[in-house]
Design a binder for this molecule. Structure first.
Ligand code: MN
Length: 285
């Protein structure tokens, strides 16, 4: 199932080029009192609510996707977790280009660990990227995004995929520079998730997906998730060896080579096999 959030926080099931409004399912979410549990409550209940969503989608009139505004399919992630250097060809390009590395000694992901992006940076594709510091290098990073469905900590490798709700396309936007990575990558709109969440049953092997990014129609990134240094299961094991994850947490799995600058007026197109394609416009903040 492809689940999206669109327009004014409508929930939709995507079938082909159409969206079916299933927002009535939100009435079945538990009513919660403060303090709210960490994580996204729709993702937490996704397994339970999925049959009802499919039924609602069968009855809802199809609307063309082209006519709706796609928001991040996860509304309330507790964390956006990033993998800094998880494709060897990206490590090589960063090491050979000081406008990327800025004097940092790039080690392996195992030595560097993961980073966090502020959840306030998250938008959907239709919202676009509002670029700050337009005089500095602002890069696109196309990434497979993993959406956690079942929380846990110290999750072992062989059970890691049980904790996945699904996948989406992630854009880990970055202003290059000497500041801490969590600061530079947390600018409002610098985390794009879309165009929808694809449940994991539609992605039998997340380690074999073509991933491509174009800027204004020119290809910039073209790789496959088979080149991930830490694959999806290992990323979950590694991350949760340090901290717990909750439903709706997003892991951006890292970017392959080909990162490069964008400027206001550019349009990024990102595609991942079995997930879909999204266009994201860049403007000045
Ligand atoms: Mn990244």
């Amino acid at each position: 199932m492809k689940l999206c959030r669109f327009d004014r926080n409508r929930v939709g099931v995507v079938r082909g080029d159409h969206v079916h409004d299933v927002s009535a399912v939100l009435e079945q979410l538990p009513s919660l009192r403060w303090p709210l549990p960490l994580g996204d409550q729709l993702v937490a209940e996704l397994e339970r609510l999925r049959p009802e969503m499919e039924r609602l989608a069968d009855r809802a009139p199809p609307r063309p996707l082209a006519g709706v505004k796609l928001l991040s399919p996860v509304a309330n992630p507790g964390k956006i977790i990033g993998a800094p250097i998880n494709y060897n060809d990206h490590i090589a390009e960063a090491m050979s280009d000081q406008t990327i590395a800025h004097g940092r000694d790039l080690k392996s992901i195992g030595e560097t660990g993961m980073f966090l992006k502020a959840t306030s940076s998250l938008v959907g594709p239709s919202e676009g990227v509002a670029q700050r510091f337009v005089d500095r290098r602002n890069d696109h990073e196309a990434e497979l995004a993993i959406i956690i469905g079942k929380g846990g900590t110290n999750i072992p490798l062989d059970r890691a995929l049980d904790h996945v709700a699904g996948y989406a396309i992630g854009l880990d936007m970055t202003v290059r520079g000497p500041e801490l990575v969590c600061f530079r990558k947390s600018i409002d709109t610098y985390s794009v998730l879309g165009p929808w969440l694809v449940t994991k049953d539609e992605v039998p092997d997340p380690g074999r997906l073509d991933l491509k990014l174009w800027v204004n129609g020119a290809i910039r990134q073209n790789s496959n998730t088979r080149y991930l240094v830490y694959d999806v299961a290992r990323l979950i094991e590694f991350t949760t060896s340090y901290y717990s994850v909750q439903p709706g947490d997003i892991i951006m799995s890292g970017t392959p080579s080909g990162v490069g600058p964008v400027k206001p007026g550019d349009v990024m197109t990102v595609e991942i096999e079995r997930i879909g394609r999204m266009e994201v416009a860049v403007r000045a903040a």
